[in-house]
Structures are given as structure tokens and as C-alpha cells.
Design a binder for this molecule. Structure first.
Ligand SMILES: Cc1ncc(COP(=O)(O)O)c(C=O)c1O
Length: 491
């Protein structure tokens, strides 16, 4: 059955979404009264309509005992769609899912091979789990200096040097939509008897259209993290952790995955967010190829229009929906263009001096995209200037010198020192320009003049320096010279 609440009739294939539909109707009709959390009780009386639709899972869409089993059924349907035997829906984003899998694949003190362009959430996962990373680095594309994937050869090399490694952990696709050869990396990991974990936060749509790359699980990965809220029409924070476990002949322990997942998941998950994951999964299952085909066509149409703007370049990655615009050839500042677009009511996913990422998804339509393209062309012309050389983003180029393991540095005593005195010292903090959220400096890494200069360049260009104690970068938090630990660090 279709309605304005469910225009494609997804609820017939989505048990949790159907429960949300039923209960929303009951609430609207006054048939259900809440004496449970959330404290807003579905009433707009005190805080207005912001609470609308925020139905809880426990004592809400299902009982406290989950006796209806809708969540398990919905997660089972997702596992089947991605071809694996284990799936959990998270209301904590890929951040939570990354940390959950880090807690599940190894034990404190164990070594893992990890891409250095990992998202900060995986780095904090390593800290939580006490894992020791052996870094591998993606190749960089010669034209744009953007990452194009970690090669199987570099993973094989790392595994030869560190045969004790317990897992390979890669972020793929990159923030700019480029991918590596995951099938061969999976083969390399499996030859060593260890799992490949993929943070595919940006790739919830992969595998559901012939022009999209297959998803990581289809290429042999053992676990995949995806943000449903990024590329699918799910609510903010919605994410999935999917895995092939020992139950189906895989390498991962399902009990450890459960424990790792529950460790950091709220005990009061939003039923609405979980139901929106179920709806997005049903959408992919029933309509994926059609709606992705439309999104791919919209992106192609956008590219045709955009390349008519003199000096503008498009990054061609493997993701046929991702639109990454390079502006250096137009001389326009991406941040100024972004400000103009924001003033005109267009909010972009990402902007820095040389790059714009207007996020296109299956939700966009031609009229909306055409309006953006017109506003974008106008903003670029208004900001046009002399062509400039592209700034190298330090997020993609960091090759750190490690002084302490991340967890050791995280728990070490630290002090604040002026930037000049920080060079040569071990960082206690994680600093990541955002987006892409890749740490340029991780706890335990030696601060170099090059890193300070790279971060300052991003800052000077108006970029957001996230997680730094001092985002102006005048001071840094460093491990005291004794480096004494203040807590039992697990190794
Ligand atoms: C590669 C990658 N992994 C994980 C995350 C975290 O995702 P979330 O915002 O869903 O927690 C991000 C966020 O941008 C990301 O880019």
C-alpha cells in the first residue's frame, strides 16, 4: 500500500519501518500514550514539532523484550541483501560501527595493518581496542594528488614484515569516491589467514547498479561499515555493520562482533533511525537499480554542464554518483563560492580552497540539481581569479613517524606547548581537517614542521581544524617527556 508516509509502499518489505508507520498513525490518532522514554512523549506541547516521529525502539516500536522481533528481522533482511550472515543497525553512525569492529577483530596489543588515510573514528577504534597499527598508504593520483586506493602489493609487503597482524583495515572508497583493488587485497589478507575490514562509509549504494562498483563484501571483504545516512535516504546517524562470520565459514567471531557492537551503542536507540535504515534497505532491494540509474544520469548531466565552466575540473573516481569539483583552474576560492551558495540557500557537503563536493544522492531531481548548477556557475564567475596551483591536502600525504602506540599516547600525561616547541615532540591529540576527517596528526605521532605547516595552510584557507585543543594551531598537546602513563593502557 502506498501513501504520503510511504510513497513507494516499502513497508510491505520492511518490518521495522512498518512498525514505525503503524505507531505513528496510532500516535497521530491519539490511540497510543507513552509512559516511557523519550521524555517528550511524542507531544509538541513543550518543545514543538522537533519531536515528531521520534519513536523509541524499546517500549515503542517493539516491547522491551523485543518480542516482536522486528529489528532482528530487518537486520536479517539487510544481511541477506548484502550476502552475509551478520548485520546490525547502528544509530551511532559509521563512527560507532568502526569502533565496534575494531573491538571485535583483535585484542589489546595486537597488530593490524591499516590505511593511514583512515577516518578518525577508526583511529579512535584502535585506541579503544588497544591495537597497534602498521600503516599502509594509498597511491596518489598524479593529476589531483588525491588517494586512489591502497595497493594489494603494499598490503602484502606489510603482512610479510608483520606476519603477526590480525586484520587488514581499509577505508574504501575514499572521501572523493576513488577505490582500490579490494578483491586482490581480500585475497592477500585471506592468504595470510586474516580478515579484511572495510570502512565503506560512503558506499552504501555500491553493488546496486551495474555502473557502481560491487560492494566490498561481494569482493571478499569480511566486514563492511556503511553510513546509510550518507548516500541513502535514511535519517542522520543511520549506519550498518555487516559481516561474514564463522557461522557461514568466515573468519570473524559473531559473539565478539555482538559484544564490540553493544559496547558503544546506546541502550535507548531511536526506533525512527533504525526504521529508516530498514526503509532504505527495502528501497535498495526493490528500486535500487532504477533510482541509482537516475542519480548516475543526474551526475552525468551535471558534469556536462560544469565542464563548460572555463578552468573547472571534475574528479573521475569509481563512484558514478559522487561529484567532486576542482576549482584551481577557475581561480575562484571554493570557500568563497561556498559562502555565496549558502547565502543563496544551497548547502554543500564539503568545500575547501580548491574543492567543492555538492552531494548528489538518489533523492535529487533534475530541477533541484539544475538550480544548484546555475547558482554554482554564477558564484564561480563572481569569484573568478588568476589560475593557481592546487594545494596539496595534508590529509592524503601524511607519512608519520610513530613515537608511541596510539593508545599509549592517548593515556599518557600531556602538556601544552607553543607550536614551535612542539616540533619533534610526540602528539597527545588527534588533529584532522574536516572533511575528510583523516587525522593528519594522531596520538603517538611525532610532530614535524611539515605537519604544522600543512595544518596551518588548511587553517589559513578557512578549513576546519577539527578535534585540536587549539584549532588556531598556536599550541599543541604533547606527551610529557617522561611520557608516563596515567592509566592501565592494556599493554
Ligand atoms: C570514511 C569515513 N568513515 C567513517 C565516517 C564516520 O561516519 P558517521 O558520520 O556516519 O559516523 C566518515 C564520516 O565522514 C567517513 O568519511
Amino acid at each position: 500500500m502506498t501513501s504520503t508516509e510511504d510513497p513507494l509502499g516499502l513497508a510491505s518489505d520492511a518490518p521495522l519501518f512498518a512498525a514505525w508507520q503503524r505507531m505513528s498513525a496510532d500516535v497521530r490518532a491519539g490511540r497510543t500514550r507513552f509512559f516511557s522514554i523519550p521524555g517528550h512523549k511524542q507531544s509538541p506541547r513543550l518543545t514543538g514539532s522537533i519531536v515528531e516521529g521520534d519513536l523509541p525502539l524499546y517500549a515503542g516500536l517493539d516491547t522491551v523484550q523485543l518480542s516482536g522481533g522486528m529489528l532482528a528481522e530487518a537486520e536479517g533482511k539487510a544481511a541477506a541483501l548484502w550476502g552475509v550472515d551478520w548485520c546490525r543497525f547502528s544509530v551511532g553512525g559509521s563512527t560507532h560501527a568502526n569502533q565496534a569492529v575494531a573491538l571485535a577483530v583483535a585484542a589489546p596489543g595486537d597488530t593490524v595493518v591499516v590505511s593511514r588515510t583512515l577516518h578518525r573514528s577508526m583511529l579512535t577504534g584502535l585506541i579503544l581496542a588497544g591495537l597497534r597499527p602498521v600503516w599502509v598508504y594509498p597511491e596518489l593520483d598524479a593529476v589531483h594528488g588525491l588517494p586512489v586506493g591502497v595497493t594489494p602489493e603494499s598490503v602484502a609487503q606489510a603482512l610479510t614484515e608483520y606476519p603477526e597482524a590480525k586484520a587488514v583495515i581499509l577505508g574504501d572508497p575514499s572521501y572523493v569516491g576513488t577505490t582500490g583493488d579490494l578483491a586482490r587485497v581480500a585475497a592477500v589478507a585471506h592468504a595470510a589467514g586474516i580478515p579484511l575490514i572495510v570502512d565503506g562509509a560512503w558506499a552504501a549504494h555500491f553493488g546496486f547498479h551495474p555502473d557502481c562498483p560491487p560492494h566490498a563484501l561481494a569482493l571478499g571483504a569480511d566486514a563492511l561499515v556503511i553510513s546509510a545516512h550518507k548516500t541513502l535516504p535514511a535519517m542522520g546517524q543511520a549506519a550498518l555493520l555487516l559481516a561474514r562470520t564463522r557461522r557461514s565459514g568466515g573468519l570473524l567471531d559473531p559473539s565478539r562482533l555482538e559484544r564490540g557492537f553493544e559496547a558503544g551503542h546506546t541502550t535507548s536507540p531511536s526506533g525512527a533511525i533504525l526504521a529508516s535504515i530498514d526503509a532504505a534497505r527495502a528501497l535498495l532491494a526493490g528500486h535500487g537499480e532504477r533510482i541509482l540509474g537516475e542519480a548516475i544520469a543526474l551526475r552525468a548531466h551535471s558534469v556536462q554542464k560544469l565542464i563548460q565552466i572555463e578552468g573547472l575540473q571534475i574528479v573521475e573516481g569509481a563512484d558514478p554518483v559522487k561529484l567532486v569539483i576542482r576549482l584551481a583552474g577557475t581561480g575562484a576560492s571554493g570557500l568563497k563560492v561556498d559562502n555565496r551558495l549558502r547565502a543563496a540557500g544551497f548547502l554543500l557537503e564539503m568545500a575547501d580552497r580548491d574543492t567543492l563536493v555538492p552531494m548528489l544522492t538518489v533523492t535529487d531531481d533534475r530541477a533541484g540539481v539544475d538550480a544548484l548548477l546555475e547558482a554554482l556557475a554564477t558564484a564561480i564567475e563572481a569569484e573568478r581569479g588568476p589560475t593557481r596551483v592546487v594545494l596539496q591536502n595534508p590529509s592524503w600525504r601524511t607519512v608519520p613517524v610513530t613515537g608511541l602506540a596510539p593508545r599509549e599516547a592517548f593515556f599518557a600525561e600531556h602538556e601544552t606547548v607553543p607550536a614551535e616547541q612542539a616540533v619533534g615532540r610526540i602528539s597527545a591529540e588527534l588533529i584532522a581537517p574536516y572533511p575528510p576527517g583523516v587525522p593528519v596528526l594522531a596520538p603517538g605521532e611525532v610532530i614535524t614542521a611539515e605537519i604544522v605547516a600543512g595544518l596551518r595552510r588548511v587553517r589559513a584557507d578557512g578549513g576546519r581544524i577539527a578535534y585540536a585543543e587549539d584549532p588556531d594551531l598556536n599550541t599543541f598537546q604533547v606527551v610529557t617527556t617522561s611520557g608516563r602513563r596515567t592509566s592501565g593502557a592494556g599493554w
